[in-house]
Design a binder for this molecule. Structure first.
Ligand code: NCD
Length: 308
């Protein structure tokens, strides 16, 4: 294995192609642990991992928690709504209190962009970003890249169409950063109000016509309308969005035969993706979830395990 030198995982912008490959290869070696009857290896025995989630989450929090447990780490989970954050304590103070209990690594999700960076600068713990505002969600992009690589055998020159609310999506931003670094060709597509101005500077093609975006795509990734992050009305109506951008079985025919259908979840069936597509033979949505554990095991192991 190559050398992993990062103390934190905050954003894929700072991670090299070689290091992304190292995470993907490490994840591969961890994947079978979850298929065993006894789903545990001792790699992080005696280490403590805290989940600090200030935003709703099902998949990501549970995935990190299972990943840490399957590596034998001790885990604790703090959810904002049930913590002293509701009593006016700042997130940095909360983190410093977790640190005072000798926690080694904190996995943080927050609605404000930059909170993971702030905790990395303000505490001694290793920090993993589990989603900050609209900015980054690196482990989601890593598990998406892992899934594509496992299914198609490569990332280089794979054509990926990302459809939906790109403006508010940290999943889109992290995938763009990672996929372009790995040589994939990314097209983003959505209503003009939800495609950030200047997104092409991230090395992607931006189109408003879903048929154009889907044409010959190897991977179709649908994204949820992030209503909780939308501060104004970006769409005339949901019905209008569905008519123009919903990934339907009919539209999917424009993509390469057998193209992978992906979604980071939570899905809103019938809005960004038709139920028959989400449940259809091309969908790898639940495989993404399975692979998420292996990716998070790899990340936790690379950040903590090799220093024991
Ligand atoms: C995403 C998130 O929270 O960024 N979900 C996830 O982590 N799998 C996407 C979303 O909220 O739509």
């Amino acid at each position: 294995m190559g050398d992993w030198t990062h103390k934190h995982l905050l954003d894929l912008q700072d991670v090299s192609r070689e290091d992304i490959e190292l995470v993907l290869d490490t994840a591969r070696s961890f994947r079978e642990v979850s298929e065993r009857e006894v789903k545990k290896v001792p790699a992080l025995r005696g280490r403590t991992v805290a989940m600090l989630f200030a935003e709703p989450s099902t998949r990501t929090r549970v995935s990190f928690e299972l990943a840490a447990k399957r590596l034998s780490a001790d885990t604790l989970s703090i959810q904002a709504a049930a913590s002293s954050l509701t009593k006016g304590e700042t997130i940095l103070d909360t983190a410093l209190n977790i640190q005072a209990m000798n926690v080694d690594l904190v996995v943080v999700r927050h609605q404000a962009s930059g909170v993971p960076q702030m905790l990395a600068a303000g505490t001694k713990m290793a920090v993993v970003n589990a989603g900050d505002g609209c900015r980054a969600h690196p482990t989601q992009a890593l598990l998406d890249m892992f899934t594509i690589r496992e299914k198609l055998g490569r990332l280089d020159n794979v054509k990926v169409a990302i459809i939906g609310d790109i403006l508010h999506s940290r999943v889109a931003r992290s995938n763009i950063a990672g996929l372009t670094k790995m040589g994939a060709k990314v097209t983003v597509c959505g209503p003009s109000t939800l495609l950030p101005i200047g997104i092409e500077e991230m090395g992607v093609e931006a189109v408003y016509d879903i048929n154009r975006a889907l044409k010959d795509a190897d991977v179709v990734m649908a994204l949820r309308m992030q209503k909780e992050r939308q501060q104004q009305s970006f769409l005339p109506s949901v019905a209008e969005y569905v008519r123009e951008f919903c990934v339907t079985a009919d539209r999917l025919k424009k993509a390469r035969p057998g193209a992978l259908v992906m979604h980071p979840g939570p899905t809103n069936r019938g809005i960004e993706i038709a139920a028959e597509v989400a449940d259809g033979p091309q969908s790898v949505i639940l495989e993404q979830v399975t692979n998420g554990i292996a990716i998070r095991m790899a990340v936790l192991y690379l950040l903590l395990g090799r220093k024991v």
